[in-house]
Design a protein around this ligand. Structure first.
Ligand SMILES: C[S@@+](CC[C@H](N)C(=O)[O-])C[C@H]1O[C@@H](n2cnc3c(N)ncnc32)[C@H](O)[C@@H]1O
Length: 323
């Protein structure tokens, strides 16, 4: 836990100033940090909403919540933490009699704590059991027993399922080849560790074609699949907009094109003034938009942030304001 404390102190939240600029936290406001992680963004929102603003932090990962609890201690009752899935934030909040909030942040993907803790199995840089589950706890999150581990997915899925996972969630060109090699390898012995899998992938793809590690896309794909990340994102965006007070902002930071595409399209649909079929000559839908998009293009980290925090380099922030 001491290492985790140090990690929290050194951890720099991505695009934090921009998020605070958009949320404009008020002292009588209530904010949801749907991916509280190590509490970096929550700290900034609590500081900006002093003396009375509140942050409700949600995370699937109980290890992250332990770190966040420690980091947010100075804010006392102004912060509350919930172990759960942001896709169900309406239910989680209802249990606490909160029905509307003034701003919501989703900072998607894995935390540095998850990536840097070898036994969680998110990284091919350390030999560890193939796990990759974010929900380590039981409280309000999907029960950990019902989330498959990456080991189960890799050892029990058919070739076709593996190909589909690697293509769909990793946009992996060599998905077929990798899936066949995995199936051949697991016939000899089960694939149980991160490095075992990374080696199989490395041996499956042509050498020297890319700057990134050959297993990067397969690991991303498995992580997204295991944690149902895209399904949670779609559900979370819907729920978030219904919870916002008028003028409240929904800020979403994504780290790869699959997530960013979902956020962009979802915001566009919510912001549309007309949802009539394309060839309808006159609008008959009487639809009214529920949000205004505040970021016509995604906000990216500037050169200084990208330099100091390499993990921020692929980040994209999109923001919608509830009408
Ligand atoms: C990039 S980190 C967030 C870092 C955080 N903003 C900070 O400043 O420390 C993403 C976090 O979201 C959590 N997470 C991912 N999907 C989630 C979901 N559907 N519901 C709740 N938490 C989720 C992960 O467990 C991880 O801790």
């Amino acid at each position: 836990m001491r290492t985790q404390k140090i990690m929290a102190i050194n951890h720099t939240p991505v695009l934090c100033e921009k998020v605070v600029d958009f949320l404009k936290p008020k002292s009588d406001g209530v904010y949801i940090d749907g991916t509280v992680g190590l509490g970096g963004h929550s700290t900034a929102i609590l500081k900006a909403s002093a003396p009375n603003g509140q942050v409700i932090g949600i995370d699937l990962d109980t290890d992250a919540l332990t770190v966040a609890k420690d980091r947010l201690k100075p804010f006392g009752e102004r912060s509350a933490l919930i172990n759960g899935n942001f896709a169900e934030m309406n239910v989680l909040l209802e249990n606490r009699a909160v029905h509307a909030v003034d701003g919501i942040l989703l900072d998607l993907g894995v935390s540095s704590l998850q990536l840097d803790t070898p036994h969680r199995g998110f990284s091919f840089n350390h030999t560890a059991p193939l796990d990759m589950r974010m929900n380590t706890g039981h409280e309000n999150a999907t029960p950990v027993e019902t989330t498959p581990t990456a080991r189960q997915v890799v050892n029990d899925s058919t070739v076709d399922v593996l190909v589909n996972i690697f293509k769909r969630y990793g946009e992996e060109r060599f998905a077929k080849r990798i899936a066949h090699r995995i199936v051949a390898a697991r016939e000899r012995e089960p694939i149980t560790t991160t490095t075992q899998l990374a080696d199989i992938v490395t041996r499956s793809v042509p050498k020297g074609r890319s700057k990134i590690h050959p297993a990067t896309r397969v690991f991303q794909a498995l992580r997204i699949y295991v944690n149902a990340e895209l399904e949670n994102l779609m559900a979370g965006l819907d729920v978030a907009v219904t919870l916002l007070n008028s003028n409240g902002c929904l800020c979403v930071i994504s780290f790869h094109s699959l997530e960013d595409r979902i956020v962009k399209r979802h915001f566009q649909t919510l912001a549309r003034t007309c949802i009539c079929p394309p060839k309808t000559p006159i609008c008959i839908c009487e639809h009214s938009p529920s949000v205004e998009i505040l970021t016509k293009r995604p906000v990216l980290p500037d050169a200084t942030e990208a330099h100091h925090n390499p993990r921020s380099r692929s980040a994209k922030l999109r923001v919608a304001r509830k009408l």
